[in-house]
Design a protein around this ligand. Structure first.
Ligand SMILES: NC(=O)C1=CN([C@@H]2O[C@H](COP(=O)(O)OP(=O)(O)OC[C@H]3O[C@@H](n4cnc5c(N)ncnc54)[C@H](OP(=O)(O)O)[C@@H]3O)[C@@H](O)[C@H]2O)C=CC1
Ligand SMILES: O=C(O)C1=N[C@H](C(=O)O)C[C@H](O)C1
Length: 266
C-alpha cells in the first residue's frame, strides 16, 4: 500500500514514517508539512531517525502526492485535517485520522467527506484502549447510576487539547453503556463551590506534565467500593501500528466512515 504521512515532522509523524518503513506491503510515497515548517525539504527518513535516507523530502503540496497514493495518515490539527479530508475525498483514497480536538461541526464535515473517501477516525488507535472502551461500556451498563463515573487522563506538557480524544472516546463508551447522551451528562470542568455531584453525570479530569505519552483511568465509584479500569501508553509506536493497520483494512472497504472498533472487529 502506498502511503503519505501528513504532519510528518510531528511526534506522531516521525513515528509513522519509521513504522511504515518497517511494515511489509507498505511504502511511504510522500511526507507533507505546512508551508511554514522549518523541516520542509528535509529527508523523511533522516527526520524519523532511520539509518539511511528514504529519498522522500518533506513537501508542502498534497495534490500530486494524493493523486498517486492509496492512503494518507493524518495526526495533525483539526483545521489541517478538514482540509486533507476534502482532498482525500477528491482523490477517493483512504484517510486515517488520529487528530483529536475535533468538534461536532468538524465531524459532520468528515462524515460528508466519507461519501467518497474511506475514513477511519479514532481518538486512540491502540488495541488496548479500544478494548478498554468495550470493558467500560460493559461496566457502565452493569453497575448503573449508583456508581459515579470519573475519567482521569494525563498527557505530556505539549498536548494542546483537553479532555483528550481518548478520554472522550471512553466517556462515549460509558454513556452508551448507561444508554444516556454524553453531551447531556458530561462535566468537563469543576472549580469553586460546585455543589454536590449530580447523579448520573460523567466527570472528566485533565492533568498535563512532563513527557507522559498517555494515561487514562475510568473510575466507577460506588458507596463502599471502587472499580478502576486503567490504560497506560508506553510508546507512541502503538498508535502508529494501529493507524497502519487501519489504513490496510480500509483499503479493502467501500467509501464510508469507520472507527477502530470496525478495524479491530471489537
Ligand atoms: N488517535 C491517536 O491514537 C493519537 C492521536 N494523537 C493526536 O494527533 C495529533 C498530533 O499529535 P502529535 O504528533 O503529538 O503533535 P505534533 O504537534 O508533534 O504534530 C503535529 C504535526 O502536524 C503539523 N501540522 C500542523 N498543521 C499542518 C498542516 N496544515 N499540514 C501538515 N502538517 C501540519 C505540525 O507542524 P507544527 O509543529 O509546525 O505546527 C506538527 O509537525 C494531536 O491531535 C494528538 O492528540 C496523538 C497520538 C495518538
Ligand atoms: O496528544 C497525544 O499525545 C495523544 N493524543 C490522543 C488523545 O488525545 O487521546 C491519544 C493519546 O493519548 C496521545
Amino acid at each position: 500500500m502506498r502511503l503519505v504521512v501528513v504532519g510528518s515532522s510531528g511526534r506522531m509523524g516521525r513515528m509513522l514514517i519509521k513504522a511504515i518503513a518497517e511494515t511489509e506491503d507498505c511504502t511511504l510515497v510522500g511526507a507533507i508539512e505546512h508551508e511554514h515548517s522549518p523541516f520542509v525539504g528535509q529527508d523523511a527518513g533522516a527526520l524519523a531517525g532511520l539509518p539511511a535516507p528514504l529519498g522522500i523530502p518533506l513537501s508542502t503540496d498534497p495534490l500530486p502526492l494524493f493523486a498517486n497514493c492509496d492512503g494518507v495518515i493524518d495526526f495533525t490539527a483539526p483545521a489541517a485535517t478538514l482540509g486533507y479530508a476534502e482532498l482525500a475525498a477528491q482523490a477517493r483514497i483512504v484517510h486515517v485520522i488520529g487528530t483529536t480536538g475535533l468538534t461536532e461541526p468538524d465531524f459532520e464535515k468528515l462524515r460528508a467527506a466519507a461519501r467518497h473517501a474511506r475514513i477511519v477516525q479514532s481518538g486512540n488507535m491502540s488495541l488496548g484502549v479500544n478494548l478498554l472502551a468495550g470493558l467500560v461500556k460493559k461496566a457502565a451498563a452493569t453497575l448503573g447510576a449508583d456508581f459515579d463515573i470519573e475519567i482521569l487522563e494525563m498527557h505530556h506538557r505539549m498536548k494542546v487539547d483537553a479532555p483528550s480524544g481518548t478520554a472522550l472516546l471512553l466517556g462515549e463508551a460509558a454513556a452508551e453503556g448507561r444508554e444516556i447522551s454524553l453531551k447531556e451528562h458530561s462535566v468537563r470542568v469543576r472549580d469553586g463551590h460546585t455543589g454536590a455531584r449530580e447523579r448520573g453525570s460523567i466527570g472528566f479530569a485533565t492533568l498535563r506534565g512532563g513527557t507522559v505519552i498517555g494515561d487514562h483511568s475510568v473510575i466507577f465509584a460506588g458507596a463502599s467500593e471502587r472499580l478502576e479500569l486503567v490504560h497506560r501508553a508506553e510508546d507512541r509506536g502503538i498508535f502508529a501500528s494501529g493507524a497502519i493497520k487501519a489504513a490496510q483494512w480500509a483499503f479493502k472497504q467501500k467509501p464510508g466512515y469507520y472507527t477502530m472498533t470496525d478495524v479491530l472487529g471489537l
